[in-house]
Write a protein that binds this ligand. Structure first.
Ligand code: GSH
Length: 212
């Protein structure tokens, strides 16, 4: 078992980044193990499901980015004070995962990874993906407005905010206006970036090898 918590992920932001940010917000140390793309064919064989992220701590090994982030956030008191707040944090995370996960499959497959040629109707595909994202973001806005707190669920940054912020950053390569796609999102992104701990983390973090 790892002597200290270890997150193994690619040298990109994407699915591993929320967990890295949660450690930064909590001021806790972990081993940020990054696999370069050329190392991946050999490293893939060693992973429980042949994918990353993989999290190791004294209790054992976890896979699935949402499970890892939820576990880490709970340990740091950043996943909600009661079952309802936990559910609201989860709901934001799952809502984002559903729609933002369309981006790698439908857009980054040709735009970033170049695995397939750009489809002829790429602009239409992008518009459809964006419309779904905006619908989900408007739903998250309503959740936040009902809570009436500084951030989505609480007056301090919690899992929901981290997950949403990372999703927006992930979407930027597809949609250049992602961080200000609605007035509420613009205000949300600004509040996140004004947070002193997050600001320092963002200024110092390693750049993503793929820009996402
Ligand atoms: N549902 C999994 C998906 C994991 C996943 O798709 N990981 C990608 C990177 S973001 C991966 O390992 N790709 C390399 C591969 O499948 O060979 C999660 O959320 O962790």
């Amino acid at each position: 078992m790892a002597a200290k918590d270890r997150l193994t992920y690619f040298n990109v932001y994407a699915r591993g980044e929320p967990t890295r940010i949660l450690y930064a917000l909590a001021g806790k140390e972990f081993e940020d193990k990054r696999i370069e793309l050329e190392q991946w064919p050999a490293a893939k064989e060693e992973q429980p499901l042949g994918q990353l992220p993989v999290f190791e701590c004294e209790k054992g090994t976890l896979v699935m980015s949402n499970t890892i982030a939820r576990y880490v956030a709970k340990g740091f008191g950043l996943a909600g004070k009661d079952a309802w707040e936990e559910a609201l944090n989860d709901q934001v995370m799952e809502t984002c995962s559903d729609v933002f996960n369309e981006i790698p499959a439908k857009i980054y497959s040709w735009q970033v990874f170049k695995r397939v040629p750009e489809p002829e109707d790429s602009e239409k595909i992008k518009e459809e993906v964006k419309a779904k994202i905006v619908k989900s973001l408007n739903f998250i806005q309503k959740t936040a407005e009902k809570r009436g707190k500084k951030f989505i669920v609480d007056d301090k940054i919690s899992l929901a905010d981290v997950w949403l912020y990372c999703s927006l950053v992930f979407g930027k390569a597809a949609f250049s206006d992602m961080m200000e796609v609605t007035p509420w999102i613009k205000e949300f992104s600004q509040k996140m970036e004004d947070d002193e701990v997050l600001k320092k983390y963002l200024a110092e973090r390693k750049p993503s090898a793929l820009g996402i």
